[in-house]
Design a protein around this ligand. Structure first.
Ligand code: SF4
Length: 87
């Protein structure tokens, strides 16, 4: 599994909290605004750190999402209202 990391420049307020949780994945500019240093993360330890950074960001600017190719390869899950798996 791998995840994509993005920092929304509109939402980011320069708290630099994300860098405390994921220092390898974030660069701070001279005002403390975060910039993504690593756009795709696949090491489990780094994924955990990225998710902690996202959870700690008070503005929701630090975005972590699973890569679509990983989702495409994921096994089908049954729909909650159906006994048939969703394709
Ligand atoms: S914690 Fe959030 S708002 Fe603060 S610098 Fe990081 S991404 Fe930006």
């Amino acid at each position: 599994m791998s995840v994509e990391i993005r920092i929304d420049p509109i939402l980011c307020r320069g708290h630099a909290i994300c860098a405390l949780f994921f220092s390898d994945g974030v660069d701070l500019d001279q005002w403390g605004f975060g910039k993504v240093a690593v756009a795709v993360v696949d090491a489990p330890r780094d994924i955990r750190r990225a998710r902690r950074a996202a959870a700690a960001c008070p503005n929701g600017a630090f975005i972590v999402r699973e890569r679509s190719q990983d989702l495409a390869n994921a096994p089908a899950r049954p729909h909650p209202e159906s006994s048939q798996p969703v394709a």
